[in-house]
Design a protein around this ligand. Structure first.
Ligand SMILES: NC(=O)C1=CN([C@@H]2O[C@H](COP(=O)(O)OP(=O)(O)OC[C@H]3O[C@@H](n4cnc5c(N)ncnc54)[C@H](O)[C@@H]3O)[C@@H](O)[C@H]2O)C=CC1
Ligand SMILES: O=C(O)[C@@H]1CCC=N1
Length: 273
């Protein structure tokens, strides 16, 4: 049983902890460091995991430190963890957007480091995670990192670290894009007179159904789209409207903006540290 300490017990840590516990990992294998007392109480109540206000107490026995704080906080936390890192040599798994492996090495020293980018559907075992390791990660540690993330969904190793910002823009932020689309569909149906409850239920189930078809059939999304689109029918009218409004360009620009933001986050940390 791998002992995992989460440094930061916010939204993404909750999703990963909830997902890991659902796979049968014992709550006693997880500790969490979280400065907010209300968040500690809630994590303890909901998941039965031990929570500490101090990072070094949560990290004391851990083989894996899962760094789940905001990118801006990352440079500061190594001071508190320095003794523990030297004593136990845990593997570090960072989930922070933008933060590069060379930056983590600069702050935390010559450690085995995995940079990964999960997403919140990890909570229900439907996460998608890109991983990238430094050369100090041994094959068993690599397998250990993959096991942790496999437990909460799909994983892909990314050899070229520069593409981790693309992973962030695609699947890390991606759930929010689909939620935004469901919100927009819901609003459009409500504007036509449907109740919000019915609009939400139909939009959400459509999102689930389309997602399951994509994943379970393994078919090309373009092919699945064509099967919905009767010649001169309703779908064609909607897709032509999307095209006229530049959907593809809109999406490409949004993904580029998210990728750029990841790079900016890292650059701002270079200036600050
Ligand atoms: N929310 C998401 O969908 C995803 C987030 N991430 C990454 O996960 C990281 C955390 O993001 P969220 O969970 O959304 O943020 P969050 O703000 O919900 O969680 C961060 C937690 O860290 C705690 N914290 C602050 N200072 C600390 C310190 N010195 N030591 C320990 N804990 C401290 C905060 O109290 C907070 O609960 C970020 O780096 C983000 O880029 C990655 C993938 C997806
Ligand atoms: O919005 C963010 O910066 C984080 C990273 C990916 C999802 N949430």
């Amino acid at each position: 049983m791998t002992r995992i300490a989460f440094i930061g017990g916010g939204n993404m840590a909750r999703s990963l902890i909830g997902g890991l516990l659902k796979t049968g990992l014992s709550a006693s294998a997880i500790t969490v460091a979280e400065p907010r007392a209300d968040a500690r109480q809630e994590l303890g109540r909901e998941f039965g995991v031990a929570c500490y206000a101090e990072n070094r107490l949560a990290a004391a026995e851990a083989e894996v430190l899962l760094l789940a704080v905001k990118p801006q906080i990352m440079p500061a936390i190594h001071m508190e963890l320095r003794d523990t890192l030297q004593r136990n040599r845990p593997m570090l798994i960072s989930i922070a957007a933008g933060v590069r492996i060379d930056q983590l090495e600069r702050w935390f020293g010559a450690m085995a480091i995995v940079r990964c980018m999960p997403n919140t559907p990890a909570l229900i075992g439907a996460g998608a995670t890109g991983l990238c390791a430094n050369h100090r990660v041994s094959p068993p540690q690599r397998a250990q990192a993959q096991r942790i993330m496999d437990a909460v969904g799909l994983t892909r190793w990314i050899d070229d670290e520069r593409l981790m910002d693309t992973v962030t823009a695609l699947s890390g932020s991606g759930p929010a894009y689909f939620f935004a689309l469901v919100e927009a569909l819901e609003d459009a149906a409500v504007a036509q007179g449907m109740s919000r409850e019915s609009a939400r239920a139909l939009a959400a189930q459509t999102c689930l159904g389309a997602g399951r078809m994509l994943v379970e059939s393994g078919e090309d999304p373009g092919e699945l789209r064509k099967r919905v689109t009767s010649p001169n029918g309703t779908t064609q009218a909607a897709l032509e409207s999307f095209q006229a409004d530049g959907l593809q360009r809109t999406v490409a620009r949004a993904v580029a903006a998210a990728t750029r933001r990841g790079e900016e986050l890292a650059a701002s940390l270079d200036q600050a540290t």
